[in-house]
Design a protein around this ligand. Sequence first.
Ligand code: DP6
Length: 351
Amino acid sequence: MTTQFIGKENFTIHTHTVSESCPSNIALIKYWGKYDNQIPANPSISYTLNHCKTNTTMEFLADEPFSVQTFLSGNEEVKFAEKIEKYFKNIEQYLPWILKGKYIIRTENTFPHSSGIASSASGFGAIAKCLMALDETFTGKNSEEESLRKASFLARLGSGSACRSLYNGLIVWGETEEVQGSSDLFAVPYPETEIHEVFKNFNDWVLLIHEGQKSVSSTVGHGLMNTNPYAERRFQEARENFIPMKEILKSGDMERFIKLVEHEALTLHAMMMMSDPAFILMKTGTLEVINKIWDFRRETGLPLFFTLDAGANVHLLFPSDASEEQIKTFIEAELLQHTQKNGVVKDVMKF
Ligand code: DP6
C-alpha cells in the first residue's frame, strides 16, 4: 500500500495504490441458480486453486470525480470498467467512500483467458481484497477474520463464486445445517479437522478442449434456472448432497467422493440441456475424455475423475499420492489429444 500526495495547481490529490492477488476455485457441489442480491439457490463447496490467480493493482485518486478505468494485461477494457462502475455503485452502502474518487485498475491472470477457469471468481476476489485494503486506510484496521469475511461478502456481490476464493482449502458458500457458521452472504472454510488427509493434497489439471468464447454466460445460465421445471428438485438435491459430502470428507471414501463430484458436474450440464432455450455446453472432446476416464478407472481402479464448469473444458481431479505418476502419464498419452492445442493448465489444491 502506498499513499502519495500530488500537488495539482492549488489543491492536493491523494493517490492510494494497493495490490492484491486472489486464486480461482473449482466447485464440487455446484452453485447454479440464484435469487435477488446474489443469494444462492443452494449451498456449494469448492476447492481453491493455487497457481491460477488474478493479480490486481488498484490506484485510487481520492477526491477526483468517480470513474473507473481497467486494463487487462496492459490492454484497456472498457466493458469491464463499466461492469466495475456498476458494481461499485451497488456496494456503496457497505463502503461509503467508494464513489469519492477515480480508479485505475490493472489486472492480470496467471492462466489463459476462456480456459474454463473462473476468472470472474479470482478477479472479483482480488478487487474485493483491494477495496478492503483501501477501506482500512480510511476507516482503520479490522481483524484479519473480519477483513476476509467482508472481502468475501463484497466479492459475492460481484460474482457469486468469487466469495469462495478468499480462503484456501475447501470452502462453503450458502447456508446449510451441515456446516456450522455457513451463510448465504459470504463463504466460510470447511473445518480442516473434518477433512481426511487424502483430500488435502489434490491435483486439478484443466484440459482446454475448447478455448473460444463461452456459449452461455453465467448470468444467462443462472437466469435459465428461473424457468427450468427441474430447478427446485436440483436445488434440493444440492442441499441433500451436503450430507454424504460431509461423511465422505471425514472418512476419506474416495469412491463415493468421485461418484458425487461427477454427478454434480453432469447435473449442471443436464440442467442446461433441459433449459429453455437449451444449451449443450460439452463438445465432442469433452465426451471422449469422460469416456476415457471411466474406462481408465474400470481398468486400473485409480482415482482419476472429472468436474466441469459451465463450459466444455474438463477439470481432471486426482490426489497427490502414489498413484499420481501413472495418472499423469495416462493424461499426457491419452487425454491431451482431445484438447484444441495440447492445452492444459496444471494446478494443485493445498491446505
Ligand atoms: C458453474 O459465480 O460465475 O462455476 O454469480 O452470476 O457471477 P455469477 O455466477 P458465477 O457462477 C459460477 C457457476 C459455476 C459453479 C460454481 O462455481 O459453483
